[in-house]
Write a protein that binds this ligand. Sequence first.
Ligand code: GUN
Ligand code: FE
Length: 426
Amino acid sequence: MSGIKIIKGNFYDCSHNRKLRVRSGFYCVVKDGVSQGVFREIPAEYAGAEVTDYSDKIIIPGLVDLHTHAPQYSYRGSGMDLELLDWLNTYTFPEEARYSSMEYASQAYGIFAEDLVRSATTRAVIFGTIHREATLLLMDKLETTGLVTYVGKVNMDRHAPEDCMEETEDSLKETKQFIEESGKYENTHPILTPRFIPTCSDELMRGLAGIQSVTGLPVQSHLSENRSEVNWVRKLSPESRFYGDAYDSFGLFGGECRTVMAHCVFSHEKEIRLMAERGVFAAHCPNSNTNLASGIAPVRRFLNHGVRVGLGSDIAAGHSLSLFDEMISAVQVSKLYWRYLDGNCRPLRITEAFYMATRGGGEFFGKVGCFSEGYEFDALVIDDSSIRSARETDAVARLHRMIYANHECRICAKYVKGKDIFTSVH
Ligand code: GUN
Ligand code: FE
């Protein structure tokens, strides 16, 4: 039966209201990369299709990284001694300047792409640097992996070292060329990437908004991450009511413009309401927020207000590509928030973090993040038999333990749009 694959195993995913669904020993029918549903028995119309039986392994949706920086992968796990603005000036900008060298970019992005494909991530939204050529090289490398990504050439025209900025006009011109040249990829898409308000002049933001309205491209940036940053934005945009309003004043905050904002640690009621109203995605990056001592994002409030939330590794402020580790941290920091900051904000349950890493972020890519009919089939097949324990677990506890003990497990197969990219791409 051409274009049809049947996968058998123990399926775990989330319903739209963030409840866990467990279907053990079921069959998922995949047609042209899209799930036709998960069934107890193979439906008669698909009898005779090839079945891949993963026996007792765990099958979960592929994990979605809503926010990361490819050029910063080279110094991950180091330089965690500073807060955001000093961290950017001391470690980030000097490193990103190195991507003017295609030789360095090729080496560094080769490592990033190889490690990303081996990770649990199937889709990612990624910052490059200001350099068009190096960012296209990153896209070349990602395209060969089979992963689905959005990649942005970064825009900056103020408040950064000379070698990390462009003249406003050049930045816009290079962005247009970047968009044209990135039209050739199947799975690697361009995304507009003003770094954040402090490094983007009003003129640059207006120019990017113009490009956005013509191309309809999505936008990624940073929002309300750090206290000094938020205060700085207040001075830079005195006419804005709050940080998110500054993006909104250019038309770069959701609505017609699909937008993902990283962090939102200091987002208050008004900003959260505007995000919900405009459908802005929040990329929650708990490891980054802890490492840079930024704070704890009020994720429970986002959820209560109906903000769309996914998880981000935010390399290199985040120390690891692992979205399992971000799930764990999301739950942990939410407990500290509840304990120390606001007893009304119930801690996240692990299922809610699992939802964010799958359906929550997946929504940015369309119908992605679960096994329901009509969703693109992205999946991880996980062998958890190496977690040593004398005790039996039930099906739900098994998923929780797999997440917390993910370092003891092995990913046996990784499907993106119905294709096992571990076996079919290389
Ligand atoms: N804000 C602006 N640029 C960055 C960055 O590279 N990382 C983080 N964490 N925040 C930022
Ligand atoms: Fe970031």
